[in-house]
Design a binder for this molecule. Structure first.
Ligand SMILES: [Fe+2]
Length: 436
């Protein structure tokens, strides 16, 4: 639940734990921005992406608007104009500066945005130390998960920005890849049946990041699944090269109508960031240009490309229920932002036979499920109810987190969502089939 809770539904958080969680998440955002110049932080490469400076300010705006201003009618804002400038999409809060023009904001400077963060952080530390009413504790918790979402966006947006520069700038000049053996791949059979899906109503969490769930992950409910097969590993770069070599991007029979339109309109002939030089495929990473690892999961594909690949492979994408059933008993381990790779990697360990590998981390996995409300879903009242519910049309669900997702941010019930043609996230796929 992210909506404001009825009084008493969340226990008062332990002030020390709350302060620690707050400081850790806020510091991580600034650490991610640290390798960047002020010029890097100001630019916007496309309407879907935002400048780093905007991410740093907007996540601060969230705490200022929904916690500090709500708690204290006499709270002194850092700059009253920021209420519009850094409001992303909350119509209940009021006017918003147009999203595609965020890169035109040379002022406030990066230094001023960092001072804004300091102003809000000092006020937040004071209210956290004093102890929060239950409603505000829930919003602080939401604000921390919101900031983690923006940490992932910050990295994907920087990657897209750097990819526009012919000098291919390097965000992190290390490349911790090691040669790995290709994993043995198999189909794993699931019996299906009547199962429960989604997150149970949350109990008191005391700002424990691991216990949190967004409102769109509930209510928990039952659904019936027919027997199915799930691939043990995500589709790899090598797999996708075979699809391209077989004319995958030139065969309309493989594509949904809207997908074929996108191929024509956008001129797609490979995943985003791929380019071929002397018959050698290269890609762009946050470590600069790199040869494609044929054993690593393919990434930066749209839903349309994932769907076309699955059809070519005589398979299909899993539903989000199938994915969740396969993931829910697995350890939440994988290649997350903490690994430092910032890129999907081939499996480094031989997995347990009969269990799917790389369900968490590496790449968000497109599912064939439209992003819709679960039965009984109710967005909360007021502005915070705009967080997830109003986007439940024209997007598809992705599961599992990626190589730029914080580990504590993901779980089996987590529902990410993006439009069908989006490619700049670390999105990949895993195949499924109906059981024979
Ligand atoms: Fe946001």
């Amino acid at each position: 639940m992210i909506s404001p809770k009825s009084p008493g539904s969340v226990g008062l958080p332990n002030p020390n734990a709350a302060g620690l969680a707050y400081r850790a998440v806020r510091a991580e955002s600034e650490a991610l921005a640290a390798p960047l110049t002020p010029e890097d932080c100001a630019l916007q490469s496309m309407p879907d992406a935002s400048p780093v400076k905007w991410h740093l300010a907007h996540t601060t705006w969230f705490f200022e608007t929904f916690v500090l201003a709500e708690l204290d009618a006499h709270y002194t804002s850092f700059d009253p104009g920021f209420r519009v400038l850094f409001n992303s999409y909350y119509n209940s809060v009021g006017e918003q500066y147009p999203r595609p023009a965020r890169g035109l904001l040379s002022r406030p400077s990066l230094g001023e945005v960092l001072a804004y963060r300091g102003h809000v952080d000092r006020a937040m530390q004071a209210v956290l130390a004093a102890g929060l009413p239950a409603e505000s504790a829930g919003i602080v918790e939401l604000g921390l998960h919101h900031e983690q979402q923006h940490q992932e966006l910050l990295l994907t947006d920087v990657k897209h920005l750097f990819a526009q520069n012919p000098r291919l700038p390097v965000y992190r000049p290390t490349w911790p890849l090691t040669a790995v053996q290709p994993a043995a791949r198999e189909w794993i059979a699931y019996a299906g049946g009547l199962e429960s899906f989604g997150h149970r109503d949350r109990a008191a969490t005391a700002l424990e990041l691991a216990a949190f769930a967004f409102d769109n992950e509930g209510p928990q409910h039952q659904a019936f699944l027919a027997p199915f097969l799930l691939a043990s590993h995500p589709v790899t770069n090598g797999d996708f090269i075979a699809f391209i070599a077989d004319g995958g991007y030139r065969r309309p029979d493989l594509w949904l109508a809207l997908g074929w339109d996108a191929v024509q309109r956008e001129g797609w002939s490979a995943p985003l960031y791929w380019r071929q030089e002397d018959k050698r495929w290269q890609t762009f990473t946050l470590h600069g240009a790199a040869d494609l690892d044929p054993h690593a999961p393919v990434t930066h594909v749209s839903f349309f490309e994932a769907d076309a690949y699955a059809r070519w492979a005589e398979a299909r994408l899993p539903t989000e229920y199938e994915w969740e059933l396969a993931a829910r008993d697995l350890p939440r381990a994988g290649n997350f932002v903490e690994s430092g790779a910032l890129h999907p990697l081939a499996t480094r360990e031989r997995g347990m036979p009969g269990l799917p590998q790389q369900m968490y981390g590496d790449v968000w996995e497109w599912t064939q499920s439209a992003y819709l409300p679960y039965p009984g879903f109710q967005p909360g009242p007021g502005a915070i109810g705009e967080y997830n519910g109003k986007f439940m049309a024209s997007q598809m669900v992705l599961r599992g987190g990626s190589c730029v997702t914080p580990q504590a941010h993901i779980r089996a019930t987590y529902r990410n969502f993006f439009p069908l043609a989006a490619r700049w996230q670390f999105s990949g796929l895993r195949l499924a089939r109906d059981a024979p």
